[in-house]
Write a protein that binds this ligand. Structure first.
Ligand code: DOR
Ligand code: ZN
Length: 354
């Protein structure tokens, strides 16, 4: 049995308000605990999106009532909220800027709006950018111009990891995260994930080539965080017309990483750095006293969606054989998960920004 600190997932979609057929703060934080995650940072592309104090209050009220692990909620960068949200920044996980198309249609096309957000958002609060390829290069330039940190969400391409490496070498304050699905899957896996339903393979950023995935592994020292981009959609939605992009990921994060440790591709320290120490520093998160997870590093099992807490009911890793199983989660001295059972009550989780 190995003891690890409670993991931090800086990129999850809890779907509340507006998408609770996919997930809510109860099922989403239960999925977090079942993945060894004791802090989640929730994205703002809900319905309505979290663009103002009213909707921030709405999301935080649901979280307060239902969350079973600790949490914070991002505010979204909208077309006209750059001055209003500065005053409530301290209540948010950070500012999320959507600079490319994805679920929720929050893309900011106009670069003068990017500038306004960079100028108005408090310097001590994080900015996270969904920015792929060339828009990633553009937002890194903007961070350099305004001399403030920017965190790049879910990098997936060789050109991205190499550009971030070069930017870091020049002293630009850029950090980045990678998702398990971009480390363990390539576009060649799409047929096996889809099983004849092409929507199941849809995710943004898209699954990449073997060469891209190889470059992420070869440049692991450039990658600051592992984050799941847990993006639950129901199977009916994924298999329907106009399927939304996104994979659930909270419950497969730790077994996939532990399997990589067993295969000699990662060390335990690599996991702790990227799932605890770096996200805590980048997002200024408090220590969680008396908090740890216990894993049986030798337990082998098969991943099945039917064993999961997420409401979405599927996983792109269905049937995968993994080695390393979560046994126990303790948060603030309370045992809140054991062998598949969630023991924390709704509302046990705390807002780390309050
Ligand atoms: O695939 C994705 N799904 N990528 C994102 O950036 C958003 C997410 C979602 O909210 O479903
Ligand atoms: Zn996301």
């Amino acid at each position: 049995m190995i003891k690890l600190p409670g993991l931090i997932d800086a990129h999850v979609h809890m779907r509340e308000p507006g998408g609770t057929q996919k997930e809510d703060w109860d099922t989403g934080t239960s999925a977090a605990l079942a993945g060894g995650v004791t802090t989640v940072l929730a994205m703002p592309n809900t319905k309505p999106p979290i663009f103002d104090v009213r909707n921030l209050d709405l999301a935080l009220a649901s979280a307060k009532e239902k969350a079973r692990c600790d949490y914070a909620q991002f505010l979204g960068a909208g077309p006209d909220n750059y001055s209003d949200i500065a005053g409530i920044a301290h209540r948010a996980a950070g500012l999320k800027m959507y600079l490319d198309m994805t679920f929720g249609q929050l893309r900011l096309d106009d670069m003068t709006l990017w500038q306004k957000h960079f100028q108005n958002w408090p310097r001590n609060m994080p900015i996270v950018a969904h920015s792929e390829s060339r828009s990633m290069a553009a937002v890194i330039l903007m961070a350099a111009i305004y001399d403030r940190p920017v965190h790049i969400a879910h990098i997936s391409l060789k050109e991205e990891v190499l550009l971030i490496k070069a930017a870091k070498e020049r002293g630009i304050k850029v950090t980045c995260e990678v998702c398990p699905h971009h480390l363990f899957l390539t576009r060649d896996d799409i047929p096996a994930i889809s099983l004849g339903h092409p929507g199941r393979g849809e995710v943004r950023p898209r699954l990449a080539s073997k060469e891209d995935v190889g470059a992420l592994w070869a440049n692991l020292e450039v990658i600051d965080c592992f984050a799941t981009d847990h993006a639950p959609h129901t199977l009916a939605e994924k298999d329907g017309e106009d399927p939304p992009p996104g994979f659930p990921g909270l419950e497969t994060l730790l077994p996939l990483l532990l399997t990589a440790v067993s295969d000699g591709r990662l060390s335990m320290d690599d996991i702790i750095q990227r799932s605890v120490i770096n996200p805590r520093k980048i997002f200024s998160l408090p220590e969680q006293p008396e908090t740890w997870v216990e894993v049986d590093e030798n337990a082998k099992y098969e991943i099945h969606a039917e064993d999961m807490k997420s409401r979405c009911g599927w996983t792109p890793f269905e049937g995968w054989n993994v080695k390393g199983r979560l046994r126990k989660v303790v948060l603030r001295g309370e045992e809140i998960y054991r062998d598949g059972k969630i023991l924390a009550s709704p509302g046990f989780g705390r807002n780390v920004r309050s």
